[in-house]
Design a protein. Sequence first.
Length: 71
Amino acid sequence: MVMGGASFIPGVGWIVGGLYFLTNTIVQQTTDKSIGEHIGNTANGLVKTYNSIASWLSSVESALHHWRPRQ
């Protein structure tokens, strides 16, 4: 949608939109996925990684919260 909207901007928008749609066609023919799908898959992978790190940090925080030094 963004690239389609950018295509309405005379001059630069036409070039950017045209290059995007041309590149998207080539990527889709090569990988059977659009650029948007590649971006979505990458974003999903980053979210999963973030959630894993957040879960690990939460468990470390919980363990440290209950930790007491030896006397």
